[in-house]
Design a protein around this ligand. Structure first.
Ligand SMILES: CCCCCCCC/C=C\CCCCCCCC(=O)SCCNC(=O)CCNC(=O)[C@H](O)C(C)(C)COP(=O)(O)OP(=O)(O)OC[C@H]1O[C@@H](n2cnc3c(N)ncnc32)[C@H](O)[C@@H]1OP(=O)(O)O
Ligand SMILES: CCCCCCCCCCCCCCCC(=O)OC[C@@H](O)COP(=O)(O)O
Length: 278
């Protein structure tokens, strides 16, 4: 492992000159910081691959704890602190579907901060081609879907409903289906909710506060910061059927959006105008 840390240190030193240059140029600085973040993800992944192979010999959800340990290095490098509420809501026997909002590539830090054991994510298939990061995600049991081929994605998720029960897995889905940094949540895709209903497992919503105070792509802002996170109480799906998926989606969306605004200290403008109209 000593070799690994030396390699890591060497790479960080290599990243230092570009980081200094960034002080002078806003846009360049922002880009370099994002690139260095991705490079660190790739580097940590490359270090984690052999450890995963030694631990499990191949693809296994047990490897996710290795990836989580390596992933937790990133928050120290980028000066992110987390304030987590409701972590005890993860303490449930058996499988469940975890859903959370997805703002940026920085979410990897927030993910590994609270990721429970034996929890795998659903990811877009393009991530498989991100070199070592794609490989380590595959080794840790990440399920890849092609978002453009809905019917394929649905059948893969139907298989996941079976495997999560068989192998006692939690599955983490970003129901917005893409990154979104607009200060609100995008409407949710329904796959996560069909998955929970098919497997008859609870949903655990997780909300990360808006990053707007320290990260904003359009303003080239990427500083250190504190991220409030709340793990909400489980939403049961027992006895729900396929036709209940839309209302379940709506219920979770409303709950998470309210929490998102609370955590981000913002007024819910839409709700305000709806109330005014009544
Ligand atoms: C070493 C450490 C450091 C290294 C770090 C690097 C290594 C990392 C390692 C490890 C961490 C990995 C982390 C990865 C993170 C990745 C994040 C992403 O990639 S986010 C993008 C992909 N995720 C999704 O897209 C969400 C899942 N998407 C869905 O669930 C969608 O619903 C989907 C794709 C299944 C369909 O999407 P639609 O765009 O067609 O929209 P819809 O409205 O949901 O569905 C259309 C109709 O189909 C029905 N439907 C959907 N799913 C169904 C189902 N399963 N069964 C039946 N009907 C279904 C719906 O009810 C709807 O029909 P009606 O409108 O209601 O009539
Ligand atoms: C051979 C080296 C190839 C290098 C490629 C550089 C890739 C950088 C790897 C960073 C991996 C971090 C994982 C990111 C997960 C993530 O945040 O993915 C975004 C998707 O959720 C949503 O996609 P989108 O619809 O594009 O917003």
């Amino acid at each position: 492992m000593d070799g690994c840390w030396l390699l890591l240190l060497g790479a960080l030193l290599l990243l230092l000159p570009p980081l200094l240059l960034m002080e002078a140029f806003g846009a360049l600085r922002f880009r370099l910081k994002i690139i260095s973040y991705c490079a660190l993800c790739v580097l940590l992944s490359a270090l984690a691959v052999p450890v995963c192979l030694l631990k499990s010999g191949g693809r296994s959800a047990d490897n996710m704890s290795v990836v989580r340990a390596f992933g937790r290095v990133m928050k120290y490098v980028y000066g992110m602190r987390f304030e987590v509420k409701g972590l005890e809501n993860f303490n449930i026997e058996g499988p469940c579907v975890v859903i959370s909002n997805h703002q940026s590539v920085l979410d990897m830090m927030g993910l590994f901060e609270i990721l429970p054991d034996r929890c795998v994510q659903i990811a877009k298939k393009e991530l498989l081609y991100a070199g070592p990061a794609g490989i380590v995600a595959y080794l840790a049991g990440v399920v890849y879907i092609n978002r453009k081929r809905t019917s394929d994605a649905k059948s893969i998720m139907a298989e996941v409903a079976q495997t999560m029960l068989k192998e006692n897995l939690k599955v983490w889905v970003y129901p917005e289906g893409t990154r979104n940094n607009n200060g609100d949540l995008l409407p949710f895709k329904k796959g996560a909710f069909h998955l929970a209903i098919q497997a008859q497992v609870p949903i655990i919503p997780v909300v990360y506060a808006s990053y707007h105070t320290f990260y904003n792509q359009s303003r080239n802002l990427f500083r250190t910061g504190k991220i409030k996170v709340e793990v909400l109480p489980r939403v049961e799906t027992k006895d729900l059927m396929e036709e209940n998926a839309s209302e379940l989606t709506e219920k979770c969306y409303t709950m998470m959006r309210e929490t998102f605004f609370q955590l981000s200290n913002k007024a819910d403008e839409t709700r305000g105008s709806v109330l005014a109209a009544q």
